[in-house]
Design a binder for this molecule. Structure first.
Ligand code: G3H
Ligand code: 13P
Ligand code: ZN
Length: 317
């Protein structure tokens, strides 16, 4: 059942976070749905611009709608990740998306607010909610690269003004994380004091954490043992997911960790079976491993076990 992102946030706020998982293909979709059913968790399936153009956006929509039939118990929202203004309007008009993210954070404060306001007006007219971004994460977002020196944490006072002016429904904040597999050096990590300060200014307002992959070190070691060269990759401490959720982080974006599962499975498979060329062998293993990974993340996020309660509150309207 596809539900509004607002329904999911209302249920989760201050208690747990929804896993927001990026998907690009059939195997990820099957693993994601299976993992969420196994862990009895609601979830957000999110599509980036890159995912929408990897094959064809109609293919992704058809696969997700079919997964909904294959897994009738699933409760989830469909979200556009890191949209530009044009893509947001396209998704709002499509009738398929529960929410869109307008990422205008590379513009100055006023321009970001103005672009976000236009998207919010169009989205709210169709009952769709909008995630905006304020502050700059490090790493690569779609085709925009931000180096660590230019990444800046979200200012709590600005966040309050921005939300009031733009009318957005949730806010992606820069709180120390970055996209990709190389997030931190040394003892760097999430700036909890910043999350707390933002929540103080915006009590009850859903926050979003991008760049939340944990980059499991055993996964990196297995990738490297099977021919990869991912030295120094480091991610978010998974023990920090729930404390962040308690401070109003309702949505935790995870993409890179899923890519690592895919890379490990395929590297190991072909290293162990150099004569093999049937794509279904590693594909089957990946779907099962990705389902296990998703279930483990839902447990850490606190969304595991919430499925029936969320369904009831969605049906109650
Ligand atoms: O934040 C970006 C997501 O990880 C999506 O990545 O644009 O390569 O699909 P992508
Ligand atoms: P990771 O690269 O940490 O998985 O972050 C994904 C993300 O923020 C998608 O919007
Ligand atoms: Zn992101």
């Amino acid at each position: 059942m596809i539900v509004t992102t607002k329904t999911l946030f209302q249920h989760a706020y201050g208690k747990y976070a929804l896993g927001a998982y990026n998907i690009n293909n059939l195997e990820q979709i099957m693993g994601l749905f299976q993992g969420c059913i196994d862990s009895r968790a609601p979830f957000i399936i999110q599509l980036s611009k890159g995912a929408r153009s990897y094959t064809d956006k109609r293919m992704l929509e058809a696969m997700i709608r079919t997964a909904e039939e294959i897994f009738p118990e699933a409760v989830f929202a469909v979200h556009l990740d890191h949209g530009d203004e044009k893509t947001c309007y396209e998704c709002i008009e499509s009738g398929f998306y529960s929410s869109v993210m307008i990422d205008a954070s590379h513009h100055d404060f006023d321009e970001n607010g103005a672009i976000t306001r236009r998207v919010v007006d169009a989205a709210h007219a169709k009952g769709i909610s909008v995630e905006a971004e304020l502050g700059m994460l490090g790493g690569v977002e779609e085709d925009i690269q931000v180096d660590e020196q230019h990444a800046c944490l979200t200012d709590p006072d600005d966040a309050k003004v921005f939300v009031e002016r733009s009318g957005c429904d949730s806010l992606a904040c820069a709180i120390g994380t970055s996209h990709g597999a190389y997030k931190f050096a040394g003892s760097q990590g999430i700036h909890f004091e910043r999350v707390q300060a933002i929540q103080d200014r915006l009590p009850g307002f859903p926050l979003v954490m991008h760049g939340s992959s944990s980059v499991p070190q055993d996964e990196v070691a297995r990738i490297n043992a099977a021919g990869g060269t991912m030295g120094g990759a480091k991610g978010v401490d998974t023990a920090h997911y729930l404390p962040a959720a308690k401070l109003g982080v309702c949505k935790v974006n995870i993409d890179t960790d899923g890519r690592l599962v895919w890379t490990r499975v395929h590297r190991e498979y072909f290293q162990e079976k150099p004569k093999e060329f049937d794509l279904r062998g590693p594909g089957k293993i990946f779907m099962a491993e990705y389902a296990k990974f998703i279930a483990s993340r839902n447990v850490l996020l606190g969304s595991a076990g919430q499925l029936d309660a969320v369904r009831e509150s969605a049906l109650a309207g």
